[in-house]
Design a protein around this ligand. Structure first.
Ligand SMILES: [Zn+2]
Length: 490
């Protein structure tokens, strides 16, 4: 039985529905789980639900377990009543505290039973969050412990509560893949990718993309996949395109406490803003000057609300992009917010073949928006598709211009895809919008397509008529192809 259904794909990104039986709700994904500290609530859970549409949140069962003040009320009244939240509630286990302080005083069995007793909808075992860059022995040893705990969790009687299966393995892609493969076989329900926060804090988005793609290879298409501790909206589009469905973060509140203001392009300091680049109620009703003039509590509350508006706004933007089939155009645009994001996007494109497996066959239109577009999964797919076309002709013209009767057959050529049978001109992705002043990357990719077709048909004679391709692109066209510039005189 599965609690997660994918409605639509774009690259590895998914619009999905997570049924949470204990809460009796269905959560739309991708989504964010705001972290609610049981002791300090910057924006209370009822407001998260009413003002921001939160369907799910996450709180820490280990804090409740150890709190003299809240432990009994949580057990007596249950989490939903205690927090005043009717959506789904996920609970963390204390793994974070384990990583921070080196020791905690509960076992996986105990904390799962406690989570069930307080009415958690999604529980979490005590895994070992292995940080990035540790030596391999440590990563393997700790992973073995995490895997034992997952098996304990899978064997435990947890009733209707869903249980998460964190995936560890530090920055070793093969360990992450193996850990993910194991997590999948436990039959547990939600798959958090653990210990990525240090990568996020250091803007190591390229390493993040390697970790996520490795985990996804092991997980396959089970889900949902939770990028644990990821809450900055600037990276939601990229993480979603890699196949992450859930995000969580205390960032909206923690950043507000430091007068930091979230945007989809990065973080701004309130002190440095003359204008608010945002349409949310906070930013339309106040100027930065007014906010600076408020007392600490009011200022933090408004900043946290702005941060939440941006966060949920970006979640909706990502969902709509998956729906429309332009998620990678969104990733491309977000990648311009910071050079490290661009590194992340370029690493994502290194895995275009992996993303291509779930990418849908037809979308609205492919927009060529940067040199990176030449490496998108759609280009790769078109090149593979070239292998399947029959070509029953001795003399074939491949051209960016018009057809010519001197040849047995004429194919079009469109950078970055390369050659295509003319009858497919009106089909995806050949309906692409490409700039008139196209670039070298697009023409090189097109030349690779020409090479692929030519090598497949050694007995056919090809002529390529191109529109001002640079030498670097022409160098990729196989010898033996007659090459002519569209504007040259015959
Ligand atoms: Zn705002």
């Amino acid at each position: 039985m599965t609690n997660f259904e994918v409605r639509q794909y774009d690259a590895a990104g998914r619009l999905g529905e997570l049924s949470v039986p204990r809460a009796g709700v269905t959560v739309q994904t991708p989504t964010i789980l705001p972290v609610v500290n049981p002791h300090v609530q910057t924006v209370d859970p009822a407001a998260l639900e009413s003002d921001f549409g939160a369907e799910i949140l996450i709180t820490n069962s280990y804090i409740l377990h150890g709190s003299e003040e809240l432990r009994e009320p949580a057990l007596e009244r249950g989490l939903h009543d205690l927090l005043d939240f009717s959506g789904a509630i996920m609970t963390d286990s204390g793994s974070f505290q384990l990583a921070e302080y080196g020791d905690i005083d509960v076992t996986t069995e105990e904390i799962l039973q406690f989570q069930r007793a307080i009415g958690s909808d999604i529980g979490t075992p005590v895994d070992i969050p292995t940080p990035p860059d540790v030596d391999r022995d440590r990563a393997e040893t700790e992973l073995a412990t995490t895997q034992d705990r997952l098996e304990t969790a899978a064997a435990a009687d947890t009733g209707e509560m869903l249980v998460s299966a964190p995936v560890q393995g530090s920055t070793y892609p093969d360990l992450r893949e193996r850990a993910a493969d194991h997590a999948r076989t436990t039959g547990l329900d939600v798959f958090p990718l653990g210990a990525v926060v240090p990568l996020l804090n250091e803007y190591r988005y390229a390493d993040l993309a390697e970790v996520v793609t490795a985990c996804k290879r092991g997980l396959g298409e089970v889900g949902p996949v939770h990028l644990f501790g990821a809450g900055h909206p600037m990276m939601f589009a990229m993480a979603a395109a890699l196949g992450c469905d859930l995000f969580d973060s205390a960032a909206y509140a923690l950043y507000a406490r430091d007068d930091r203001y979230l945007t989809v392009r990065g973080t701004e300091l309130l002190d440095e803003l003359d204008y608010f680049p945002c349409h949310c109620p906070v930013c339309t009703d106040h100027t930065p000057d007014e906010l600076r003039g408020l007392d600490d509590d009011s200022r933090q509350d408004l900043l946290a609300r702005h941060n939440l508006h941006v966060t949920y706004g970006e979640i909706r933007t990502v969902r709509q992009a998956i729906r429309a089939g332009n998620l990678l155009e969104l990733v491309d645009s977000r990648a311009r917010g910071h050079p490290a994001m661009l590194d992340g996007y370029r690493t994502l494109l290194d895995h275009a073949a992996q993303l291509e497996r779930t990418d849908r066959v037809s979308k609205d239109a492919f927009f060529y928006t940067s040199t990176e577009s030449a490496r998108r999964p759609e280009v790769l797919r078109h090149h593979r598709r070239l292998d399947r076309f029959e070509l029953d002709a001795d003399e074939v013209l491949l051209t960016e211009g018009g057809s010519n009767d001197r040849y047995d057959e004429t194919w079009g050529v469109l950078p970055p895809f390369g050659p295509y049978p003319r009858e497919l001109a009106d089909t995806y992705p050949l309906t692409a919008e490409v700039p008139e002043r196209t670039d070298r990357a697009a023409r090189e990719a097109a030349a690779d397509g020409v090479a692929r077709l030519v090598e497949r048909h050694p007995d056919t004679s090809f002529t390529l008529v191109h529109d001002d391709w640079p030498e670097a692109a022409l160098a990729r066209v196989p010898d033996g192809v007659r090459v002519r510039d569209l504007h040259a005189r015959e």
